[in-house]
Design a protein around this ligand. Structure first.
Ligand code: ACO
Length: 428
């Protein structure tokens, strides 16, 4: 008798039927358990880009791409972005619950203490040419970190893996700021234990060594609270995003048994591409090349031309077929910053014109192409005086907690296996 929770496939060449169990998650689409498909049929499933493949089961992040919904550990992203901060979000991802006041304090203190780099690691930065892209330096420095903490991690020992996780979350901003300062040839600023996670990062980016480092030339606070809050929100929105390209790479490297920091370094490399996290840098570069509001129509026409490989950067998403909920929050933030920081740049006008034109154009409507998270981050980061080449490193800072949480989940999952897909051979 046919079971209801199964899926039957028929090979029409032979009429043979194959039955597979349907696995139900707690929300979202169910999955057909195809693990024995090759053994049963001698055939592979063919799915380049994994558009129909659930590579694992996970309880960290939920996305409903049709509705435009995103939740970490069941909590809506809107709640985290407006009522909590990045450290709460990190704690939530790692521990499955939001922290109590005391837990928040302990976690914050731990991250402040772990933000410093081994002096030996500082030497690595000198090996890079002046003007090296900070993403190259960042990825290399995180790989190097594995040699400073060459532990054989016991995944059953909670203290061991939480220490490994907090260490990388705490050090990433320092490495990113050092990579940036090296690219300018200016002295490194050490972390300041008195500053919060996000303010510390902005200080390491902007300050001059010595004296009251975060004061501007006139003695005014150079770093405004509104800027710290905006950047903290960006970190929160980037903290995790289920099985995206870089997270899939992190899990893939984890599956080979490599050191967790090497897996994170691989995730950093994957994120750098402009189809993924590198899009935030490309968005601003594209707005600059468009140059003025009058040119927008011309570039939109290029994006729609099937014979032109030009794409509108910051538009479209593999999963969201509706407004990306993170983009909605960032659009609001951008409008607020416009007022509080008195911003009104030509780039903002071009971006607003693109958004308006694309959202009313049938090409974008029919393909469900909406502005994604990267469309607005570039504009906001520019408003925070952050240079273009640091946009993707800032994405890295936010995403590190997601990668390491996914790494831990992978290691604890008894169903995890080495990532080893097969192919449809078409050669000689
Ligand atoms: N501009 C113009 N057309 C686009 C765009 C775009 N940005 N994105 C997709 N399309 C079109 C494609 O040409 C295709 O059209 P067709 O059906 O006529 O051939 C259709 O929309 C579907 O596109 P795919 O590439 O098949 O969609 P996929 O899910 O594979 O790609 C991706 C998603 C990579 C994000 C894509 O939309 C893109 O390249 N966007 C621009 C880069 C970008 O902003 N990346 C950041 C993503 S968010 C993140 O990683 C944090």
């Amino acid at each position: 008798m046919r079971q209801d929770n199964t899926f039957t496939l028929t090979d029409n060449r032979t009429g043979k039927k194959y039955e597979y169990a349907i696995k139900e998650g707690s929300r979202g689409p169910a999955a057909v358990d195809m693990r024995t498909f090759f053994k049963d049929t001698g055939m592979f499933s063919y799915d380049p880009g994994y558009t129909s493949t659930a590579s694992c089961s996970s309880s960290i992040t939920f996305i409903d791409g049709e509705k435009g919904e995103l939740r970490y550990r069941g909590i809506p992203i809107e709640t985290l972005a407006t009522e909590h901060n990045y450290l709460d979000t990190c704690y939530l991802l790692l521990n499955e619950t939001l922290p109590t006041d005391n837990e928040r304090l302990q976690f914050d203190l731990e991250l402040r203490h772990r933000a410093f780099l081994h002096e030996g690691l500082r030497n690595l930065f000198n090996a890079f040419p002046d003007n090296a892209h900070p993403m190259a330096t960042l990825s290399a420095a995180v790989t190097a970190l594995a040699s400073f903490y060459d532990e054989h991690l016991d995944i059953c020992d909670e203290a061991e893996y939480t220490e490994m996780a907090s260490r990388i979350i705490a050090k990433i901003p320092t490495i990113a700021a050092f990579a940036y300062r090296h690219s300018l040839g200016i002295p490194f600023i050490q972390p300041d234990i008195d500053l919060s996670f996000t303010k510390n990062f902005l200080t390491m980016m902007r300050a001059y060594p010595g004296g009251k480092m975060h004061l501007g030339p006139l003695g005014h606070e150079d770093i405004k609270e509104v800027e710290v809050r905006a950047l903290d929100t960006i970190f929160t929105l980037h903290a995790d995003h289920e099985q995206n390209a870089s997270t899939t790479v992190v899990r893939g490297v984890a599956s080979t048994g490599a050191h967790p920091y090497v897996a994170i370094a691989s995730g950093i490399s994957a994120l750098w591409g402009r189809a993924h996290g590198g899009a935030n840098e490309s968005v601003i570069a594209q707005l600059e090349s468009i140059g003025s509001v009058e040119n927008v129509e011309k570039f939109i026409a290029r994006a729609k031309d099937p014979n032109d490989d030009f794409r509108l950067m910051g538009f479209g998403h593999r999963v969201y077929k509706n407004f990306d909920p993170r983009a909605k929050i960032l659009k609001k933030l951008q409008d607020e910053l416009k007022v509080t920081l008195g911003l009104n740049s030509e780039l903002m006008e071009i971006a607003a014109k693109i958004e308006e034109t694309a959202l009313n154009d049938d090409y974008f409507i029919s393909r469900k192409l909406y502005p994604n998270v990267d469309f607005y981050t570039g504009i906001i980061l520019t408003a925070l005086k952050i240079p273009k080449n640091m946009f993707t490193p800032i994405f890295v800072i936010g995403r590190t907690v997601g990668w390491i949480t996914q790494w831990i989940e992978f290691k604890k999952d008894p169903e995890s296996k080495i990532a080893r897909p097969r192919q449809l051979y078409t050669g000689k």
